[in-house]
Structure formats: C-alpha cells, structure tokens
Design a binder for this molecule. Structure first.
Ligand code: 13P
Length: 343
C-alpha cells in the first residue's frame, strides 16, 4: 500500500510536469463563468472542462494530474466517455477535492476552518472506485492588516493543521495520496517578511500534526502558497526575493521525505506565477521537486479565449497549451521572458 502511495506521489511530480487544479466548487466556477458572461449550467461546466482535458498537447506533455470537483469526477463527455477516462488516456492522474470549504471558525472573528471530515472514509472509498488516486484539502489562513498581530491566531492555524492531518491520514488509509494545502492568502497590506513568518509557523504546525497522526510523508504532496508581499502592500518584492524567501521558508519546515511541492497560484498574474517557480528551480537545489498545481494561472487565458463558445475551443486549447508549456519549463527552471513572447 505504501508503495502505491509513493509511486503515485512520484508520478505527480514527474520532471517538467505539474498539476491542473480544475476543482472549482459550484460557487467558484460560477464566478469564473460570470467573468466571461457564460451561464454556469451543468452542461457548460462539462463543455469547458472537456475542452481542457481534450487539449492533448498540454495534457500529454505538461500535466501529471488533474484535481476534480465531485460533479466532474462523475461526468461524461459529450460522446459519453467518462471525463476521468479522457484524463487517464492522456497519461495524467485524476484526483478529487474532498474538503467542503472554509467556514467561520468559532470564537475567532474573521478566521476560517475547513470542514468536510464527517463521512470522509466512505467518500474516499467511492472516489477510489470512480478512479481518483489523489485528493486535495485546502486550509485558508488570513493575515490581518499591518499592525494587527492578532490574525492569524495560533488557534486558527492549529485547528486547520489538525484537520489537514485528519484528512491526510484517512486518505492514505484509502490508498489515496493527500495533497496537503495550507494556503496563507496573499490578500492584505502585509509585507513579504510577515508572509514568511506566518507561512513558517503554519508549515511547522502542519508537519507536527502530520507526524502526530502517522501520515507517511513519502506518500504526500505539499501545496503551499509562495512567500509574497501582500497584494495591497506598497512595497512589492521582486522575483529573486520571492524565490529566495520561499525556498528558505520551505527548507526550514518541510522534511526531505516529501517527494514534491506543487504551489498554488493564489491570485498572482499568470506570468508572475511562472517566473517565481522558474527562478526557484534555476537558483536552488532542493530536496523535493518544485512544481505547480495552478488553477487560475493555468486556466485564465484559456477561459477567456473560450468565452463559452464551442467555436473557440481550438483557440482556448492553444492558450491552455501555451500556459502549460511555460509552467512545464518553469518546473525545470528553464522559462524566460523571450520564450513567453515567442508564442
Ligand atoms: P489557484 O492556483 O487559482 O490559487 O488555485 C489552486 C487551488 O487549487 C486552490 O485550492
């Protein structure tokens, strides 16, 4: 069992490949569709995601796994083929988001805790049958405004770390690789050093909880935020500083037994998400593979090109292929702005 977990985790960080996060919940995909003036119907969601998964150039060459929402894992393509089958045929591994979202944390105004542990053992068994070989659970940590030392509270971070570890231990029991995602949000006016401190504390608590709950790190993937300046901070750190501080923070906290770290994009521009990842891989030797598990930064251009219209599918697929190739290059430290513009 441990062997299967390890080999799936290793395959998720195959050199030059990363993960496509296409697991937007019903609420989130509606927001994305609103931005292109498209109604979020079950069939439109199917059409959009089928378009991505049938983008063979992107999928075969740069995507190792796809995170799905419950609906998509059960959905069939227009011709009746299960979407999971289309993904597997490209060589990518299907995965499933299992958390039920971040809810208000009792006694901590403004802070969140992720829910979804009840019945999770049974849900994992079904998801495995449906073809999922890895899972995702996202915890959300908010940094309060500059000067407010109260947020995030240690209570919030520990409650989330505990839930992440419960989720991960149950996943491994079901022979499913857990993606452990503690996201320190980039929203706010804090500087990069505050993000560093909060991320370091969070990761220390997460790895302590994983150890306590007997999670085998070799069969896990970490999906963290990068260490960034808050989006409203007047002083924005450059690519080099982000790369240095992110790798330093991870080296202090993430055991070398973890096979791979696949970042979330978190609201960075497409090009920033790529540039930061490439700089980390170009500048440092790290004990773990460093790759991507992007949602917005892989899909934004494709979503816009698609615009809800079947006749735009080929254009959208080539936008997706371009972004996937740029991030594939970044996963080996080989991306640069000339390659970006050559397209
Ligand atoms: P973003 O890359 O858009 O942050 O999404 C990744 C993800 O899966 C968040 O849970």
């Amino acid at each position: 069992m441990t062997e299967q977990l390890e080999s799936v985790a290793q395959a998720m960080v195959t050199a030059g490949k990363g993960i496509l996060a296409a697991d937007e919940s019903t609420g989130t995909i509606k927001k994305r569709f609103d931005s292109i003036g498209t109604e979020s119907t079950e069939d439109n969601r199917r059409a959009y995601r089928e378009m991505l998964f049938r983008s063979t150039e992107a999928m075969r060459n740069y995507i190792s796994g796809v995170i799905l929402f419950d609906e998509t894992l059960r959905q069939k393509a227009k011709d009746g083929t299960p979407l999971v089958q289309i993904i597997s045929d490209t060589g990518a591994i299907p995965g499933i988001k299992v958390d039920k979202g971040a809810k208000d944390l009792a006694g901590a105004p403004g802070e969140k805790v992720t829910e979804g542990l009840d019945g999770l053992r049974e849900r994992y068994a079904e998801y495995y049958e449906l073809g999922a070989r890895f899972a995702k659970w996202r915890a959300v940590i908010t940094i309060g405004s500059q000067g407010s030392a109260a947020m995030p509270s240690a209570y919030c971070i520990r409650a989330n770390a505990h839930a992440l570890a419960r989720y991960a231990a149950l996943a491994q029991d079901a022979n499913i690789v857990p993606i452990v995602e503690p996201e320190v949000l980039m929203d706010g006016d804090h500087d990069i050093d505050r993000c560093f401190d909060v991320t370091e504390f969070t990761l220390r608590e997460v790895y302590a909880a994983l150890y306590e709950q007997r999670v085998k790190l070799e069969g896990t993937i970490l999906k963290p935020n990068m260490v960034l300046s808050g989006s409203d901070c007047p002083a924005q750190a450059g690519v080099q500083e982000v790369a240095e501080k992110t790798v330093m923070c991870l080296k202090r906290t993430v055991p070398a037994a973890v096979p791979g770290i696949c970042f979330l994009s978190g609201g960075q521009s497409d090009e920033d998400a790529t540039a930061h990842l490439s700089a980390m891989n170009a500048m440092f030797d790290s004990p773990w593979a460093l790759s991507f598990s992007y949602g917005r930064a892989l899909q934004a251009a494709a979503l816009k090109a698609w615009g809800g219209k079947a006749e735009n599918e080929a254009m959208a697929q080539s936008a997706f292929a371009h972004r996937a190739r740029m991030n594939g290059l970044a996963a080996s430290g080989q991306w640069n702005t000339e390659l970006e513009q050559a397209a």
